[in-house]
Write a protein that binds this ligand. Structure first.
Ligand SMILES: [Zn+2]
Length: 234
């Protein structure tokens, strides 16, 4: 039987390996900190290529959907070490404000890794463009993901053109292009809306357009399935 000290060493070894493996997964093992098993290397994120950045997002979503999260313990380490005063996220995500779409969690990413903008219906407005341009031009994110989600209340309301209080109906006009092409299918409207908003980003932002031309960023759209936890990217 293993004594206490042996078991403790084994646990430490496994923790180290887990940290090392998640570091390797984001392609930064060689650059920083791996010998210490420190998982919070915020400064190396932008060395990723756009394809690698997208791959890392999707790998994180696989961990989330399979209930194998690694980010939470890393978050605590980041907070404890107070190393989060500088950010170098590798991805930017435009998601819906829906409370069931916690972006960092569903991609299993720790503090400092994703630059997130959220608005009901994950739509592109001048303020959202400005925010994401900051992500691309200043922070150097390598991938921009517009993320819709199943059962989106904003898209549903726009489809019905419900009468709503206050300024809520301001959202409708942004969602109309997708709703009109959806043939009355909510799922289709949600996925078309994510695509439409991604296309708006590609075409209406000079910063994004230039970064795309230079191969510095990738703009993709996807849908998060509330039931399965899985993100499907187009
Ligand atoms: Zn929504």
């Amino acid at each position: 039987m293993q004594d206490y000290e042996e078991s403790r060493k084994e646990v430490n070894r496994r923790t180290f390996l887990n940290s090392a493996m998640s570091g390797a997964a984001i392609g930064i093992a060689a650059q920083a900190g791996i010998e210490l098993g420190v998982p919070t290397m915020l400064e190396a994120q932008t060395n990723l290529t756009p394809d690698a950045a997208l791959k890392e997002l999707l790998a994180g979503n696989e961990r989330f959907a399979a209930n194998r999260l690694t980010s939470v313990e890393h978050d605590l380490e980041v907070l404890k070490e107070h190393t989060a005063d500088k950010q170098q996220p590798f991805a930017a995500v435009l998601a819906c404000a829906d409370s069931r779409v916690p972006v960092e969690l569903i991609f299993d990413q720790t503090i400092g890794h994703i630059f997130v903008a959220r608005v009901a219906g994950n739509m592109v407005t001048p303020e959202i463009i400005a925010t994401l341009e900051y992500g691309v031009a200043v922070l150097g994110v390598k991938v921009l993901l517009v993320l819709g989600h199943t059962n989106c209340g904003a898209v549903k309301a726009a489809m019905k053109s419900d009468t709503v209080p206050g300024q809520i109906s301001v959202l409708y006009k942004h969602l109309r292009p997708a709703v009109e092409k959806s043939g009355g299918s909510l799922d289709k409207a949600i996925s078309l809306n994510a695509e439409h908003q991604a296309e708006l980003l590609r075409t209406s932002s000079t910063v994004v357009r230039d970064a795309l031309k230079g191969g510095k960023v990738k703009v993709v759209s996807g849908v998060y399935d509330l039931a399965s936890g899985e993100v499907t990217v187009k």
